[in-house]
Design a protein around this ligand. Structure first.
Ligand code: M6R
Length: 608
């Protein structure tokens, strides 16, 4: 989604801001812009990639100062045009602003400001905020920002500069992430730590309703009501090399192939095979409370939701405790009943997904114990949950989530076993499952060896515009994930569903143009899945099966078989998903799409 980078210090801001914007490109955007304050404000914008902005800037004189703001925009209000790209400015006061989020009452504010004689050049909510700050400006930028933010509803991360205060950068946040990296005589502010770590590892995350006033000499933080607050400094641990492409053609492919390594890191130090124990430091403080929990509610969106659905099965199956999983966006707006001893588990790669964060607030307000299964350390959800398990899969750059999915499933498996062992599971059964879990990275390595075959199979069907993904039990969410992956990067319409549901309507779609991908591993529902495959075959559908190595029968009923190693059913989604991820990747490449920058999508969805 939109990205922000701002700089104040002694170095030329322009190259630093452009480099920061490139680090944020993976988040998804459709235009870019920057402003440099060097006596006067200079602003440049371009539609499309950051490189377009860079090319434009090469032809423009000036842009030499060491204070500036930059932005990648993912359109919400108004089309993808230069006029709508950020930074936006208020001409009267000489204020420029970049903004992530949505100002919900912008229409009312715009009407009011128009009545007071202001004119607007764009369709954006952000320009309204710029003009509002300008209207309230009386020689103190920080005070004007605070006053304006008291008037707005919605979500924002903003950075603001003003021609009349050439050494001041003001930033603020509510509901949209913003981090201040603090170096010596300089600060880099960004919506994502990846744009900061090249410059400093000391940083703090702004909290909701907080404002930072930054100069070259230092900074101070306050609330929008001007009450001083002390930020909590943290050490950024992001390894920039991990975020490089290396020899791979796309981040998505790199991340698919990274999964054996990333999962080993997820499990390192957490699995004690000798003792049959699970060591999860992030849960220890509330372990006693956790064991007594009567109901878990898992909330998430997208791929994280599919992992959370597997978590629901795991908690019920292994830890024998009632669990249910729900779209965070739906949970938030109904009247969720949170009874005594209920825990909510927010599952999110970024830890910034606004739907998940807002649902978490709702659950906490109603008295639930809050847990997180998060990848990005120090993200909003990680900070706001009482306990949790980090994925430790490293930065995920590909918009299509892959290694985060397997990391989320592994973390939820560890969490379920942690609880199971403290409830009713014997040491021996725990040890057996932990042993199998430890071998999952190896099983993924084997599954990845079929990459060429997956490409050839995908080639056969890549022109088809409608696909079905079917699975049962633990692999019903895997089917949903397979369909989502195909949709988001190859723009092929795909539906995932429980294999048994097909007979209740979707079977009407089956004809000889429809590929149906079945996850048919040797689990407890194998025979039932075979029946469902026969039903599709009988209607001329093309069956592609993801099956367990050694299953010869399936080769006689499916047109194409993608074998994966035999692992316990409850752990199988981490392995069966591999050919589906590869299939989506190859379909996108074969169709000529930009795999890492799929149209309309953003890596982290920070608006509702
Ligand atoms: O950062 P999160 O895990 O909270 O993100 C949730 C979804 O937006 C995300 O999984 C999305 O569905 C991905 N594009 C899937 O590949």
């Amino acid at each position: 989604m939109c990205g922000i980078v701002a700089y104040i210090g002694s170095k030329p801001a322009k190259p630093l801001l452009l480099e920061g914007l490139k680090r944020l490109e993976y988040r998804g955007y459709d235009s870019a812009g920057l402003a440099i304050l060097d006596g006067t404000l200079q602003i440049a914008k371009a539609v499309g990639r950051v490189v377009n902005l860079e090319t434009k800037l090469k032809k423009l004189p000036g842009f030499e100062g060491s204070l500036g703001l930059a932005h990648t925009r993912w359109a919400t209000h108004g089309g993808v045009t230069e006029l709508n790209a950020h930074p936006h400015r208020d001409d009267k006061s000489g204020i420029a602003i970049v903004h992530n989020g949505i100002i919900e009452n912008y229409a009312a504010l715009k009407k009011l400001l128009t009545e007071r004689g202001h004119t607007f050049h764009s369709d954006t909510d952000t320009e309204v905020l710029a003009v509002l700050i300008g209207e309230l400006y009386e020689g103190d930028l920080e005070a004007a920002v605070q006053a304006a933010l008291r008037e707005v509803t919605g979500a924002y991360a903003i950075c603001v500069v003003c021609e009349q205060e050439p050494g001041v950068l003001v930033c603020a946040r509510k509901g949209s992430p913003l981090m201040v990296g603090v170096g010596s005589g300089e600060c880099v502010v960004a919506s994502d730590p990846s744009a900061i770590v090249a410059h400093t590892s000391q940083a703090f995350a702004l909290e909701d309703y907080n404002v930072a006033r930054i100069t070259r000499e230092g900074f101070r933080t306050s609330t929008i009501d001007n009450k001083p607050v002390s930020p909590k400094m943290m050490q950024l641990e992001l390894d920039l090399e991990q975020a490089e492409l290396g020899t791979y053609e796309h981040y998505m492919l790199k991340e698919i192939f990274e999964q054996p390594t990333s999962l080993r890191t997820t499990m390192r130090g957490r699995v004690d095979l000798n003792e049959g124990k699970i060591v999860l430091g992030g849960l220890m403080d509330c372990a006693k409370e956790l064991v007594k929990i009567k109901r878990f509610i898992l909330i998430a969106q997208g791929t994280a939701l599919h992992a959370a659905m597997i978590g629901e099965y795991l908690l019920e199956d292994l830890a024998t405790v009632p669990a249910e999983c729900e779209y965070a966006s739906e949970f938030r707006y109904r009247n969720p009943i949170i009874e005594d001893r209920t825990a909510v588990i927010a599952v999110s790669q970024s830890g910034e997904t606004i739907d998940t964060l807002s649902a978490l607030h709702e659950a906490k307000d109603r008295g639930a114990l809050s847990l997180g299964v998060i990848n990005v350390v120090g993200s909003s959800i990680a900070r706001e949950t009482e306990a949790g398990v980090y994925l430790r899969v490293g930065p995920e750059i590909g918009v299509a989530s892959t290694k985060a999915f397997t990391g989320q499933v592994a973390a939820l498996t560890l969490m379920s076993l942690f609880l199971a062992r403290r409830r009713f599971m014997s040491a021996e059964r725990t040890r057996t499952l932990l042993d199998a879990l430890n071998k999952i990275p190896q099983a993924i390595e084997t599954a990845l060896e079929s990459n060429d075959l997956v490409r050839r199979v995908t080639e056969k069907y890549v022109e088809r515009d409608n696909w079905l993904f079917l699975g049962r039990g633990y692999n019903y969410p895997t089917a949903l994930e397979g369909a989502l992956k195909l949709k988001e990067i190859s723009y092929i319409h795909a539906e995932g569903m429980p294999a048994a549901e097909m007979k209740h309507g979707p079977i009407a779609l089956i004809d000889d143009g429809m590929p149906a991908v079945f996850i048919a591993n040797k689990g407890p529902q194998y025979e039932k899945v075979i029946n469902n495959i026969e039903e599709v075959r009988a209607r001329g559908g093309h069956v592609i099966a993801v099956a367990t190595e050694g299953d010869e029968h399936i080769a006689s009923i499916a047109e194409d078989v993608l074998y994966v190693p035999d692992v316990p059913d409850c752990l199988s989604p981490m392995v069966t998903v591999i050919p589906l991820q590869l299939m989506a990747y190859h379909a996108a490449v074969l169709r000529g799409h930009d795999v890492d920058k799929p149209r309309n999508l953003a890596k982290s969805v920070t608006v509702e």
